[in-house]
Design a protein around this ligand. Structure first.
Ligand SMILES: [Zn+2]
Length: 295
């Protein structure tokens, strides 16, 4: 059984000084490609669905695909909800087989964010799910969530400490200067803030907006406290570009399975390279063993 506990996964990654890659699948093939890639290089994996993807397919197909692909995989794979905002959607994720959920009430004032996060924790904990929650506001565009540059703001370390003392989170998303989508200009990652927040909370942190950050920046974030790195925009581009490129290279070939095959290989290559970059390669089977043996 490789459907594992999200919180344990991230605690083990943090202890081992690496991060688990979290990709947002867009269909069955992208889910299968990420699991195959993870198995090939023996890396743990977080499959995280955007709210938009759930609205498109419904909860059940996604949960079924996950279960089918991950239940006997050789590496740990979790099914996470990315940027959950709708409590009904979150409840249904908990009921249909997600292994963790994110509540993103970061656009609300801090006290209200706390109140909503508490509600989600109270729904998730009895079902054995861990949660991710966010403070500060991460800029950029993530699916339907658009945060203008002037509204984006960094997390306050005092609030971060209070938040993590109050809630036992699987992973903590604090706005630390990264943004969703492609970066326009040089990203300004607040390394000192990551360092301070991690030291004061001792909670593994999630790095949102991983697409477009260079290797050195990501490595530093992982060293300072990030145990989950999100890659969404990269996949969107590889998904579309690989399809278009195949047609450009083979303009008379109308065999759909060949096009899908080329797209599948391109996605796998992206997944393998990111999981390796974040330090997860070679860690999957041992993590699974540690999770199984823990009480
Ligand atoms: Zn995000």
């Amino acid at each position: 059984m490789a459907l594992v506990n999200f919180k344990q996964m991230l605690r083990i990654a943090r202890k081992g000084g690496y991060a688990v890659a979290a990709f947002n699948p867009v269909d069955y093939a992208s889910m299968r490609a990420m699991v195959e890639a993870a198995e090939e290089i023996d890396a743990p994996l977080i499959m995280q669905t955007s709210a938009k993807t759930i609205k498109y397919y419904g909860h059940e197909p996604l949960a079924t695909w996950y279960e089918q692909l991950a239940s006997d995989s050789s590496v740990p794979v979790t099914l996470h909800l990315d940027h959950g905002k709708d409590l009904d959607m979150i409840r249904k994720c908990i009921e249909t087989g997600w292994t963790s959920v994110m509540i993103d009430a970061s656009d609300k004032p801090f006290e209200e964010n706390m109140k909503i996060t508490r509600q989600v924790l109270e729904m998730a904990t009895p079902a054995g799910l861990a949660i991710e929650a966010e403070i500060g506001e991460i800029g950029g565009v993530e699916e339907d969530i658009i945060v203008a540059e002037e509204d984006a703001h960094l997390a306050n370390p005092d609030e971060a400490e209070r938040f993590c003392r109050e809630f036992d989170l699987g992973v903590f998303a604090a706005a630390i200067g990264t943004a969703h989508g492609y970066y326009h200009g040089e990203p300004k990652v607040a390394f000192d803030l990551i360092d301070e927040i991690y030291r004061r909370t001792q909670t593994p942190m999630a790095l949102h907006g991983g697409t477009g950050l260079d290797e050195e920046t990501i490595a530093k974030c992982i060293e300072l406290g990030c145990a989950k790195v999100n890659i969404s925009t990269n996949l969107k581009h590889v998904f579309v570009d690989s399809f278009v490129q195949y047609n450009k290279n083979n303009p008379t070939d109308y065999e759909p399975l060949k096009v899908l095959g080329a797209q599948f290989e391109a996605m796998k290559e992206l997944f393998r390279s990111k999981m390796t970059e974040f330090g997860g390669a070679g860690k999957g089977a041992s993590m699974l063993k540690e999770i199984k043996e823990s009480p």
